[in-house]
Design a binder for this molecule. Structure first.
Ligand SMILES: Nc1ncnc2c1ncn2[C@@H]1O[C@H](COP(=O)(O)OP(=O)(O)OP(=O)(O)O)[C@@H](O)[C@H]1O
Ligand SMILES: Nc1ccn([C@H]2C[C@H](O)[C@@H](COP(=O)(O)O)O2)c(=O)n1
Ligand SMILES: [Mg+2]
Length: 189
């Protein structure tokens, strides 16, 4: 089976997860959020749980080998051939390690571009009980995004793979732009 994946990218609170839920409904992809997989690993009581929890609280990036194993396991267990990988790779090391281990590159990268003030407002009113949705950790996450995650976008941009979307608009308008990128022929019948 030939596996295809698309990356959903953007700063914390840019709306990646929200748009991924719509994409799953419309286009039949399996959504894999690296953050959700890491949070599930904490809850499962695994030996890495405490380390992951501490790193997330500090807004830091968990070592590649941990996140890649979780993504690979989720892909194998799912059996779909189309994946929407959300919030990964978070830095160049994540990216290089994933491509080396899997031998795969994304079909394209959706980049939800949103100003920090808007992302901060969204995160502070998200109310999902996330330990990292407090102003101190949010500021650290923004810094990590600028310093470590934007270079990943530059890498894929140089390969012509980035599809930039203005994510500061209402959810439905953002999704119209997403649909235009996937195209009508990829819609579920
Ligand atoms: N276009 C939008 N306009 C207003 N609010 C939005 C929009 N998109 C998402 N939201 C809201 O903003 C919050 C953050 O959205 P979401 O969880 O999708 O972001 P994310 O990019 O996945 O964030 P994180 O990186 O922290 O996981 C949620 O409460 C969501 O309902
Ligand atoms: N590739 C990744 C993805 C996420 N994390 C950690 C660090 C993030 O702040 C946290 C939450 O992720 P989100 O749900 O906001 O996408 O999870 C990581 O270390 N590596
Ligand atoms: Mg998310």
């Amino acid at each position: 089976m030939v596996i295809k994946y698309v990356i959903s990218y953007g700063g914390p609170g840019s709306g990646k997860g929200t748009q991924c839920a719509n994409i799953v409904q419309h286009f039949g992809y399996t959504h894999l959020s690296a953050g959700d997989l890491l949070r599930a690993e904490i809850k499962s009581g695994s030996e890495n749980g405490t380390m992951i929890q501490n790193m997330i609280k500090e807004g830091k990036i968990v070592p590649s080998e941990v996140t890649i194993k979780l993504l690979q396991r989720a892909m194998q267990e799912d059996g779909n051939d189309k994946f929407l990988i959300d919030g990964f790779p978070r830095n160049e090391e994540n990216r290089a390690a994933f491509e080396k281990v899997t031998g795969m590159e994304p079909a394209f990268v959706l980049f939800f571009d949103c100003p920090e003030e808007e992302m901060e407002k969204r995160l502070l009113s998200r109310n999902q009980g996330r330990e990292d949705d407090n102003i101190e950790t949010i500021r650290k996450r923004f810094k990590v995004f600028l310093e470590s995650s934007l270079p990943v976008i530059n890498h894929y941009d140089a390969k012509g793979k980035v599809r930039k979307i203005d994510a500061a608009r209402p959810i439905e308008e953002v999704f119209e732009s997403v649909k235009a990128i996937f195209g009508p022929k990829n819609e579920k019948s």
